[in-house]
Design a protein around this ligand. Structure first.
Ligand code: ATR
Length: 276
């Protein structure tokens, strides 16, 4: 029987997940299909029960359901426990198990550029939402401890810092404070939607103070190179766009469902082609 995988969220119309997962399923000769399902908040419970009843083999979860889906699942993997959110569900013989591949997906993309060990670097994370949380807690769980946070609302970043289950030696800054400290960091990670299409000219702050050789990463992938990354590159930074995080979180989901490692280079090529 052909398996069905999918994505639940709202909106899902512009998601590139169906494109890359269906291509990989074909490429790996796995007879299954991946479909994006638009699920409104009030239908989440019914959708999860429906997925179970229909024997959907696994699905991704996106905005706005990543946290609210938790009570409807049977079990959480430690990745989902750590982040308090789920982006991947595996249907294991009728038991729905929640995972979160966002943090490890990000880390896999970051490691492509990293030359020194994770725990020897000094990090600045911009933002304090769900994406910042996934990246922050995953870095901390892997042994990084010099991690500072900068956010428009510093109080939100302070809460994130206090709730971190791993020991970190970090400070919280406003965006303007962080701008003047940029030369202190080895890795700067922009996790907000600032600069995302259609607001392509927006930046969290100027990137001109960045040291040459610093890794500057932006999780936005549309546009592929944000205004922040463009400016950082001019200052001599090594830049990392958001396509890597998107591809690797998908790759880890694919592996959880099928047990097979997908071709990430092929996935990236498709995403870049789609983004133009
Ligand atoms: P996600 O789950 O995608 O990370 P989120 O939880 O809504 O999204 O968090 C959005 C993050 O982007 C927050 O850090 C938010 O800052 P505040 O905590 O001050 O709200 C930040 N953000 C969004 N739009 C912003 C803007 N125009 N300027 C500065 N920060 C912004």
């Amino acid at each position: 029987m052909n398996k069905v995988y999918g994505l639940i969220g709202c909106p899902v119309g512009h998601s590139m997940s169906p494109l890359i997962h269906n291509d990989q399923l074909q490429h790996k000769k796995i007879s299954a299909a991946y479909h994006a399902f638009h699920v409104e908040k009030e239908h989440l419970k019914a959708a999860v029960e429906g997925a179970r009843a229909l024997g959907i083999a696994g699905f991704n979860v996106t905005i706005p359901h990543k946290i609210s889906i938790i009570p409807f699942l049977d079990e959480l993997d430690q990745s989902a426990e750590l982040l308090g959110a789920v982006n991947t569900v595996l249907n294991k013989e009728g038991r729905l198990i929640g995972y979160n591949t966002d943090g490890q997906g990000y880390l896999a993309s970051l490691k492509q550029l990293m030359e020194k060990p994770l725990h020897e670097q000094r990090y600045l994370i911009i933002g304090a939402g769900g994406a910042a949380r996934a990246i922050f807690y995953t870095l901390a769980s892997e042994g990084a401890s010099a991690i500072d946070l900068a956010n428009r609302t510093p109080e939100k970043a302070r809460m994130l810092m206090e709730e971190c289950p791993h020991k970190v030696d970090g400070n919280v800054f406003s965006l303007s404070e962080a701008e003047s400290l940029l030369s202190d960091y080895d890795v700067i990670i922009q996790t907000t939607a600032i600069g995302m299409h259609p607001n392509e000219t927006e930046k969290p702050f100027a990137a001109s103070n960045i040291r040459r050789g610093t890794i500057v990463s932006d999780i936005v992938y549309n546009p592929v190179k944000t205004a922040f990354l463009t400016e950082a590159e001019k200052a001599g930074a090594r830049i990392l766009n958001g396509v890597g995080m998107f591809v690797y979180q998908a790759a880890l989901s694919f592996e959880i469902w099928t047990g097979e490692k997908p071709d990430t280079a092929r996935m990236s090529k498709l995403v870049f082609a789609q983004l133009g």
